[in-house]
Design a protein around this ligand. Structure first.
Ligand SMILES: [Zn+2]
Length: 311
């Protein structure tokens, strides 16, 4: 008799186990989240140090007047250690006559991302929150300090962070959808990162927010996502004054010298410069993707590269 009870109990345990497995597989977003946590979709990207020759020190004022240089805010680190300054200058523009205010630097990139989501998943992407004023952030914080950032430390106040959703699936539910999973694994291709990834709580101080995307620009997003980093870790990893190379892009984080100058190659085609909100600037020199540029992957040194392209 006792033996029979034992076998029945074992059988029931097995049935429960099987039901559990089926339930997990049915809610496959748990498996998806676990995969992202482990970085299964990441493909490590090397950020190589590069020694450049023929550098020139240029004053910020002169760089701002240079047609080849675009200043934006794409690499500002905004968190409780680095709040927005009181004199922070807003750089906003309206997204496609929707009344939604986004940081200027990401307006067209968001359009590309939104189109890709529709194309790949058939879902229309909506924005639930983009730019917020100090007062709006204060209200949210007063309502629930456990979910809203302290005023001054939210990316929403710069228009750089956006909360997105698809119909019926907002907040954490977003990751249950194909669109949510597409964005979490692919938004780097459009210059965005998941600002508070599942693996980043110790660095960002924030729980996983699969719906909060942040624009940083394509080369940076590629390195951050594929190397399984947070924005905090990425910016820390860029040593001041060093030049790095990823694909055909040169990246350097620098403080201005005593005369307010940054150091750039003597000749370049175009550059984007963003303050990083930690006291430095991040310079990104993108080279146009012409057939000749593609050959550049064979160059070991950028002096050769610049000479070859006569830039
Ligand atoms: Zn948000």
């Amino acid at each position: 008799m006792k033996k029979k009870i034992k076998w029945t109990a074992l059988f029931l345990a097995l049935v429960l186990f099987a039901v559990g497995i089926v339930a997990i597989l049915k809610n496959s977003h748990y498996l998806y989240i676990f995969g992202e946590y482990l970085g299964v979709n990441c493909d490590e990207v090397e950020l190589k140090k590069s020694s450049l020759e023929n550098m020139k020190k240029i004053e910020l004022k002169a760089l701002k007047a240079d047609d080849r240089v675009k200043f934006d805010q794409s690499l500002m680190l905004i968190n409780s250690d680095h709040p927005l300054k009181d004199d922070h200058e807003l750089s906003l523009s309206e997204y496609k006559d929707t009344g939604v205010q986004l940081n200027k630097c990401l307006n067209s990139a968001y359009g590309e991302l939104s189109e890709a989501v529709f194309e790949k998943t058939g879902s229309k992407l909506f924005i639930s929150s983009s730019y917020r004023t100090q007062e709006e952030q204060q209200e949210l914080y007063d309502e629930d300090p456990s979910t809203a950032n302290i005023p001054g430390t939210s990316e929403h106040q710069s228009g750089l962070g956006i909360d997105v959703y698809v119909q019926y699936y907002a907040g954490f539910g977003f990751i249950k959808t194909d669109a949510g999973q597409f964005i979490n694994s692919n938004c780097w291709k459009y210059g965005f990162i998941i600002r508070y990834p599942s693996y980043g709580k110790e660095k960002t101080g924030m729980k996983y927010e699969p719906w909060h995307i942040r624009y940083v620009g394509k080369p940076h997003a590629k390195v951050i996502y594929n190397n399984h980093l947070t924005l905090e870790e990425y910016i820390e990893s860029l040593k001041n004054g060093v030049w790095y190379k990823v694909d055909d892009t040169l990246i350097s984080r620098q403080k201005t010298d005593e005369n307010g100058r940054l150091s750039l190659p003597d000749s370049f085609k175009s550059a984007v410069i963003s303050p990083d909100n930690t006291g430095s600037y991040i310079i990104t020199i993108n080279n146009a993707q012409t057939p000749n540029d593609k050959k550049s992957s064979g160059f070991n040194n950028f002096t050769d590269f610049f000479e070859y392209h006569n830039i």
